[in-house]
Design a protein around this ligand. Structure first.
Ligand SMILES: [Zn+2]
Length: 447
């Protein structure tokens, strides 16, 4: 055994199709080297993971700084657009230092929730007013460092954000987001380096924030690097209306016409779509990232996730605005929203919802080799207790149903990322006081 190799014994393991008792997993160099089934007792020296172990969860859509808005934005009424004004006031106060402190705490909260990789849709690039920092990627690097500090992997989805709306220059708040042109965005992004725990991807903020004539520049940048490309797509009907008015077509059609859709692309939300949009997204293999807790929090509406998947769009899940950080809640919300909409049950099995939260989520972030408990996969393990007040009672073989429909993030006992035990017995091993770190980081951003 080398220093980096170890053996885990999983009391119960979800193997993609079913739950099996007594599974032993050998790990070396951050990857699973062997999976032994039918091992009813832990081998000598194995680390024992009691409960149900899943592959690590992928949070495919995050804006780390929105965590500072939790609860604050629940006072009063309004819409997405009034919520956005409050969100901008926090964005105005971020510096590379305060952003690093906040993101470190937020990513630690994610690790405690069993998340092993995050897709950070990052657009606060420059100092207030739009002046670049000495290191033009100081903000992105702060997020990359934060993920390393919290022990999780990150796909930095560096976001192109150039305009306030169709034909409108960025407003005061948005100057920090803009590189001026997509060419300048690409030059800055090209300076970012991938590392063992880091992938660099691209994002188009939305069809309102990138002029149509510059969409292809972002798509080409991602294509040349075989990098993931994400885009907020049809979250709001007002955006659809403005896009139709400016371009005579829907946002999905506009993106397709400029080469943005395809199998490495993920549309985030995909809420207000026509049947033709659904066919276009599914037919091109473009993924869909649903963020149900944010979509309900912002009164966005319920997207046609079931129809999108039937059309060929792989599904992933994200906590987006971090109203809560709980991938089990995201997974069940997708199914339960569809039940409310259709008044029928059982649109996805628990296993299908877990696949969205694991393998398909990691793939949407460019980690094709994560999210399964198989030989060769990255050794990411998330263990959920089956003896809490929420999870006790059901037969262990119904562990997937228990995890998805009853567990919360608080039921995660262990999180192992690339063979490193980041959460042990419910405690973060790298960030000693996560609630304290969150409280301090949010306090620093209060007006
Ligand atoms: Zn978002």
């Amino acid at each position: 055994m080398t220093a980096t190799s170890r053996t885990y014994w999983l009391e119960h393991a979800w193997l993609g199709t079913h739950v099996e008792p007594g599974v032993t997993v050998d790990v070396a160099g951050g990857r699973i080297t062997a999976v032994h089934r039918e091992t009813p007792a832990p081998p000598p020296g194995a680390e024992i993971l009691r409960g149900l172990t899943l592959p690590g969860l992928a949070n495919a859509h995050s804006h780390a700084f929105h965590r500072a808005l939790r609860a604050t934005v629940q006072v009063g009424s309004g819409t997405f657009w009034t919520w956005r004004e409050v969100m901008y006031s926090v964005a105005d106060r971020l510096t590379p230092e305060t952003y690093h402190r906040l993101a470190r705490a937020v990513y630690a909260e994610m690790a405690l929730a069993g998340i092993t990789a995050v897709g950070e849709f990052h657009y606060v690039h420059h100092a207030p007013g739009g002046t670049p920092y000495a290191d033009p990627n100081a903000m992105g690097e702060a997020l990359i460092e934060a993920a390393a500090d919290a022990g999780i992997r990150i796909t930095l989805l560096d976001t192109c954000y150039l305009s306030a709306g169709f034909g409108r220059r960025p407003d005061g708040h948005q100057l920090r987001f803009s590189d001026g042109t997509a060419e300048h965005w690409a030059e800055r992004c090209s300076l970012l380096k991938e590392r063992d725990h880091v992938r660099i991807g691209a994002a188009v903020h939305s069809v309102r924030a990138v002029p149509a004539g510059q969409l292809a520049t972002v798509a080409r940048w991602a294509e040349q690097r075989r990098a993931p490309l994400h885009v907020h797509l049809s979250e709001q009907t007002a955006e659809n209306d403005a896009c139709r008015q400016a371009h005579g077509r829907t946002p999905a059609r506009l993106l397709a016409d400029h080469g943005v859709l395809g199998p490495r692309t993920t549309g985030v939300h995909n809420t207000h779509l026509t049947d033709a949009d659904i066919a276009l997204i599914g037919g091109s293999g473009t993924g869909t990232c649903m963020c149900p807790t944010t979509e309900r929090d912002l009164a966005d509406g319920i997207g046609p996730a079931a129809a999108l998947q039937r059309a060929g769009s792989p599904l992933s899940l994200g906590s987006d605005s971090h109203a809560v950080i709980d991938l089990f809640e995201e997974a069940r919300a997708m199914e339960l929203d569809e039940r409310l909409r259709t008044r029928t049950r059982g649109h996805w099995t628990a296993g299908a919802l877990l696949r969205a939260a694991t393998a398909d989520g990691h793939a949407a972030l460019g980690w094709d080799d994560a999210g399964t408990l198989e030989t060769g996969a990255r050794a990411d393990l998330t263990t959920v207790v089956l003896d809490s007040v929420r999870t006790a009672g059901p037969l262990p073989r119904l562990g997937a149903e228990t995890a998805v429909f009853a567990a919360t993030a608080a039921d995660v006992r262990h999180t192992v990322v690339a063979g490193r035990h980041v959460v042990r017995d419910g405690a973060h091993t790298l960030v000693p006081d996560v609630p304290g770190a969150l409280a301090k980081a949010v306090e620093a951003l209060r007006a």
